[in-house]
Design a protein around this ligand. Structure first.
Ligand code: NDP
Length: 435
């Protein structure tokens, strides 16, 4: 703890895991005296580098680049790149640590990592984003590879950025390999990858609701964020007959009392992905919607809440409001969006609550399948990949049930996901000796 005192997000992620995993270690002698969890909290490698690039005005700009190679006991490091001004070592270490458990839960052979930069893509031209991505890859390329470390997208890194990053990697290495996932369909990408995190989160919701004999049809759903995860979570909710009520971005949220249907969602996708606009514009177009500047959508009554924006975006007060208004299920599409106090509220109220490492693992699972398809030099059909996604989500849900059921029959998905994720990585580390 002292060693990482200056890294609050990382400590938060580790403490949440330690709370549930340490009692398990104490009960299972094979882990005794091996300091497995302590070893898991130290990255195998943290690469930190300068990224210099030239903006449209001809000015020299400098950003910080990072790659946290957290754990390779189960396979090559795997995890996204985040471009956002808030990016620092603490945030990337928390994300990389969570990623190790999440990747283990998918049952696919992937270690954990995360990376990114404090570069802010907002307001930058395409040319600036391209030059930044080229400069970033001009250093990162020497640390990654299809059998070493395979980055993907995250906040601020979508299809456009992956394209530029891949282009530079290929130019430097003169090889076409599956070194990044989230690639375009015609050049090595997998069907369903863009949809996978959002769809997977909703498949997880379905699995949880089934344990209560319920479904998504007819339910009201609040979603935060309006990026990749939020958009496809909304698409799947709409397919399944639920009503999406909200979207947000870092400026505020919109609440559409008539619901956000498929047509309105198409508008949001175009607004966010092509025009790179703000969610406030939604309320200008659709008069059934209200825009709330600087606020989060958790005060709007709903049956299901899907936080899909960023870490610590749902606090104790928000959790209490959700519970009071009758919310029965919360599944994290984002990574660690609920504060520890909020999680305690959900668990104490005995509502269905899925931590991101379980409910948003669908994205990295399909990235794993993209790697397999690249190795085979082959593409699977949409149906095949979607079926695998459904199957993997079901297996993750089963793992949570296996380790998470408490004395009163309540499934504590936090405990279940942490222990199930830990066991596989810890066993691989023990088998490999002192690594
Ligand atoms: P995007 O960049 O596509 O979208 C991020 C969304 O969150 C945007 O609406 C953004 O608003 C909002 N947001 C970002 N920062 C903040 C902030 N500080 N406060 C409020 N809102 C904010 O990212 P993704 O959809 O890919 O990622 C969202 C979350 O899901 C992240 O936690 C990510 O780690 C997690 N995740 C993503 C996966 C993937 O496959 N993409 C896989 C698993 C987890 P604005 O436009 O104003 O920036």
């Amino acid at each position: 703890k002292a060693r990482n005192a200056h890294e609050p997000e990382f400590l938060q992620a580790v403490e949440e895991v330690a709370e549930t995993v340490l009692p398990y270690i104490a009960e299972n002698k094979i882990y005794e005296g091996k300091n497995v969890l302590l070893r898991m909290t130290e990255p195998e490698r943290l690469i930190y580098f300068r990224v210099s690039w030239i903006d449209d005005k001809g000015q020299f700009q400098v950003n910080r680049g990072y790659r946290v190679q957290m754990n390779s006991a189960m396979g090559p490091y795997k995890g996204g790149l985040r471009f956002h001004p808030s990016v620092n070592a603490s945030i990337l270490k928390f994300l990389a640590f969570e990623q190790v458990f999440k990747n283990s839960l998918t049952t696919l052979p992937m270690g954990g990592g995360k990376g990114g930069s404090d570069f802010d893509p907002k307001g930058k031209s395409d040319g600036e984003v391209m030059r930044f991505c080229y400069a970033f890859m001009a250093e990162l390329y020497r640390h990654i590879g299809p059998n070493t470390d395979v980055p993907a997208g995250d906040i601020g890194v979508g299809a456009r950025e992956i394209g530029y990053l891949f282009g530079m990697y290929k130019k430097i290495k003169n090889e076409f390999t599956g070194v990044l996932t989230g690639k375009g369909l015609s050049w090595g990408g997998s069907l369903i990858r863009p949809e996978a995190t959002g769809y997977g989160t909703v498949y997880f919701v379905q699995a949880m609701m089934e344990t209560h004999g319920q479904g998504v049809v007819g339910k009201t759903v609040n979603i935060s964020g309006s990026g990749n995860v939020a958009q496809y979570a909304a698409e799947k909710i709409i397919h399944l007959g639920g009503t999406v009520q909200t979207f947000s971005d870092s400026s505020g949220y919109v609440y559409d009392k008539e619901g956000i249907d498929a047509e309105k969602l198409t508008y949001v996708m175009d607004l966010k992905n092509n025009q790179r606009g703000r969610i406030s514009e939604y309320a200008e177009k659709y008069h059934s919607a209200e825009y709330h500047e600087g606020k989060r959508p958790w005060g709007v009554p709903c049956d299901i809440a899907l936080p899909c924006a960023t870490q610590n975006e749902l606090d104790e007060k928000d959790a209490k409001a959700l519970i009071k208004n009758g919310c029965i299920c919360v599944a994290e599409g984002a990574n660690m969006p609920s504060t520890p106090e909020a999680v305690q509220e959900f668990l104490a109220a005995r509502i269905l609550f899925a931590p991101g490492k379980a409910s948003n693992a669908g994205g990295v699972a399909i990235s794993g399948l993209e790697m397999s398809q690249n190795s085979l030099r082959y593409s699977w059909s949409r149906e095949k990949v979607d079926d695998r996604l459904k199957g993997i989500v079901k297996e993750i849900h089963n793992s949570c049930i296996k380790y998470g059921i408490e004395e009163d029959g309540y499934c504590n998905y936090v405990k279940g996901a942490n222990i199930a994720g830990f066991v596989k990585v810890a066993d691989a580390m023990l088998a490999q000796g002192v690594i």
